[in-house]
Design a binder for this molecule. Sequence first.
Ligand code: FEO
Length: 384
Amino acid sequence: MKITSDIKYVGVNDHDIDLFEGQYFVPNGMSYNSYVVFDDKITVFDSVDAHFGKEWLHNLQVALDGRTPDYLVVQHMEPDHSANIVAFMREYTSASVVSSQKAFCMMKNYFGEEFEDRRVVVGDGSTLSTGRHEFQFVTAPMVHWPEVIMTYDKTDKVFFSADAFGKFGALDVEDDDWSCEARRYYFGIVGKYGMQVQALFKKIAGLDVKTICPLHGPVLSNNLGYYLNLYNVWSSYQVESEGVVVAYTSIYGHTKAAAELLASELEKRGVEVVLTDLVRSDWAENVEDAFRYGKLALASTTYNGEVFPQMKEFLLHLVLRNYQNRKVAFIENGSWAPMATKVMKGVLEGCKNLSFAQTEVKIFSAMSEENKAQIALLADELAK
Ligand code: FEO
């Protein structure tokens, strides 16, 4: 695949993966992107996951067509991109690794070597000229690890963005909606680091970018404002879509019935609703929705004098990702001593700028007529 007349794609698609980063379901697989920039000197951007070393080196060999690479730029040391650095350096013995000081320390930890005689250390503002092309490096700590650098090719106006602007899904699976799997990827992986993403935006604000080459997902070249705007909304924890996520756990169906009633009362009032059973759905999809919408209604059973485990786990996922700027409502059920709301509020205690709905619903086993009236009131409050 050609990106520009000088830049070629040499990455791979992974359809064998069960869980990305050991926890995310990726039904459409994953891509590990890698690029080659042809110039007087040849530069390769990043390697790929350990399982695809042979395929990547083959892709590279075909693209090189007899030429030899001079540089391997390592933008990120997470093994989905760094696992084949040593294989590359053995194959191309005259090449040097270009990376940040922190990345070289990580190489020592991962591989037992840091290429002392074959390396170029770069930092913020460093440049590398390969002939026609001049690369400018930008450090991007915590997007997604501390050692990350990103690279702007001044000649072709291409921004190599490491993990940023990536998405779940292999490149040979058609997907018309970039935002859905990009949002799930973003909040799953870098949701916690909104401030660092905002800092990156400030650094690159002056660059004239025509194409974004991420390490996962498609190369972006049309309508870049759309992607940049979504990243700005996500990283500043703004509400992307108006609506309410109703997330529940239920043992015998009584709490589920309350959640469904709230969802239908909201829909009657014209509110967009996402109703989700936290035990039977993808947790990362639920996290994504909680960050996408402005309001979250939690309905849970009391369990062992606490809250149902999957509800607690869901809330911990949100807290870990700096959940903030949202309104949260509570429905609890407990056949003899409801405790769920108290525990849920406790888990969310440290979150910034959360407001809790005034109407709270306390169910003892099955919904009473009074509970149904409370749920209608809660729907009124959330529909405002
Ligand atoms: Fe795609 Fe943070 O590695």
